[in-house]
Ligand binder design. Structure first.
Ligand SMILES: Nc1nc2c(c(=O)[nH]1)N[C@H]1C(S)=C(S)[C@@H](COP(=O)(O)OP(=O)(O)OC[C@H]3O[C@@H](n4cnc5c(N)ncnc54)[C@H](O)[C@@H]3O)O[C@H]1N2
Ligand code: MOO
Length: 440
């Protein structure tokens, strides 16, 4: 598009972002390696639907420590009966003999049910009272009564072999890992963590810890964005801050493309292991820059995007109907998708939540674009600009949401639990209104 930014809605810009990125290629990995890697397995996303290879439970077993019986031996009237105890079945490698009529078998929780048994009577409901691990309390006979429940867990009652266990796009969270392992799934097709390069721009910026001369400030955006993007399940490398010249920005973009992360193990990639470029060290999947996108004389990102160097394709300058975060841009640098967000810290964060998150989600192969919102009642109202979606840092309390400070101040963001997203046609947010929020 041309040099003038194109006005568009938040949804239109999200759609453009999603058009810029595609899901990463999938690789088959061992579940144990994914879990034992240094990074959270929940950052890894299943690339395919996964079906159970084995049933859960694997065999009919007892849900209680007690006695396995044939219920036909127990009077339906509820009277007690005394049975001979003929076996002792532990939760251990075991292939129990069939239970003969008129007998009972001591059985422990998780132990296979002997053929013929169709109920387990918990030990505390029998004449034994309890099994004492310290003393041999094995009785030759036990007196017990019919119970309302059979206390048996049947083969496949939890997860049937062949059943759909998890859909493509599922994050490998702890319960999913357990389900896969229990159902005999050792290897899964997964997408690795995306690699994202974050570059802060601005001649006024110095890295954290460096002394500031008059007119200089510490770069906080690259740290904020790196933390936010890593929490989305990506690996992040920070570069810069870079000064407001096309040469400096070009050099940083080229460095980002050459020098980010490692490929291969989706669980192991780490920015601390960034190595020399090469086949083991390919380009990032996404570049995010902050700053320099508005109308200033030195707005370096906008300058570079409008000067159209050869490395640049698919340039889109946008004026998004959102406050904060109106000036935005998208492009590819040497083919790598590039999201440029404004430099004002609250605008940078809001842009990250609204536009970088869907991009990272799509790279990871997550279903459904955009941030997950939930409606919350408003406790303390505020006003909103007409014609622009307003994104407001809010505290979430039992009474509802309330602004956590001046929406342009970083301190409001620091104190926020969520971002409220006020629709463009709303001018006044009043107590009791329901407003969608993105939890932080
Ligand atoms: N004439 C106009 N001026 C501005 C417009 C406009 O439409 N016309 N838009 C305003 C809006 S809205 C925003 S948002 C900002 C965005 O500007 P940039 O993306 O060009 O950001 P910068 O100018 O580089 O910085 C803005 C502000 O944020 C501070 N900053 C920048 N980077 C960092 C960082 N890494 N860490 C901490 N703080 C940072 C910077 O010092 C500035 O104070 O433009 C308005 N102007
Ligand atoms: O849109 Mo700017 O991003 O208001 O702060």
């Amino acid at each position: 598009m041309g040099v003038e930014p194109r006005s568009r809605t938040v949804a239109e810009h999200v759609a453009a972002v999603l058009g810029l990125v595609a899901p990463l290629p999938a690789a088959v990995m061992r579940l144990s390696e994914l879990v034992d890697a240094r990074t959270a397995s929940s950052d890894i996303v299943l690339a395919d639907d996964v079906r159970a290879l084995a049933p859960v439970p694997a065999f009919d077993h007892s849900a209680m420590d007690g006695y396995a019986v044939r219920s036909a031996d127990l009077p339906a009237s509820g009277e007690s009966v005394t049975l001979r105890v003929t076996a002792d079945i532990a939760a251990a490698p075991n292939d129990p003999e069939p239970l003969r009529p008129g007998t009972a078998a001591r059985i422990m929780t998780g132990a296979p049910l002997p053929p013929g048994a169709d109920a387990v009577v918990p030990v505390e409901r029998t004449s034994t009272g309890r099994f004492d691990p310290a003393a041999d309390t094995r009785a030759a006979a036990v007196t017990l009564t019919r119970q309302p429940r059979d206390h048996i867990r049947r083969r496949g009652e939890d997860i049937a072999a062949g059943s759909l266990l998890a859909r493509a796009g599922t994050e490998l969270r702890a319960p999913v890992v357990a389900g896969l392992a229990a159902a005999g799934v050792h290897e899964v097709g997964v997408r690795r963590r995306p690699r994202v390069a974050v570059i802060a721009t601005g001649s006024e910026l110095v890295p954290l810890g460096a002394p500031t001369a008059p007119g200089q400030i510490t770069d906080s955006n690259s740290l904020m964005l790196a933390a936010a993007i890593r929490a989305m399940g990506a690996d992040v490398v920070r570069l810069g801050p870079v000064g407001d010249t096309s040469e400096a920005l070009t050099a940083a973009l080229d460095e980002a493309v050459r020098h980010v992360g490692r490929s291969g193990d989706p669980g192991a990639a780490s920015p601390s292991t960034a190595e020399a470029p090469g086949p083991e060290n390919p380009a990032p999947d996404l570049i995010v820059t902050a700053g320099g996108v508005s109308a200033g004389a030195a707005d370096v990102v906008r300058g570079l995007l409008t000067s159209r160097p050869e490395a640049l394709t698919d340039v889109e300058l946008a004026a998004v109907g959102m406050r904060p975060g109106r000036p935005q841009a998208l492009a590819r640098w040497r083919g790598v998708p590039w999201i440029a967000v404004p430099g004002t810290p609250v605008a940078a964060y809001v842009s990250c939540a609204m536009f970088v998150r869907p991009a990272v989600g799509r790279l990871r192969g997550l279903p459904g674009p955009g941030a997950r919102t939930e409606d919350r009642p408003v406790a303390v109202g505020w006003s909103s600009p007409r014609g622009r979606e307003q994104v407001v840092p809010v505290r979430v309390t039992a009474r509802g949401i309330a602004p956590s400070g001046d929406g342009h101040h970083l301190s409001a963001l620091v104190a926020a639990d969520a971002l409220a997203v006020v629709p463009a046609d709303v001018e006044k947010v009043s107590p009791g209104d329901l407003i969608p929020v993105i939890p932080l």
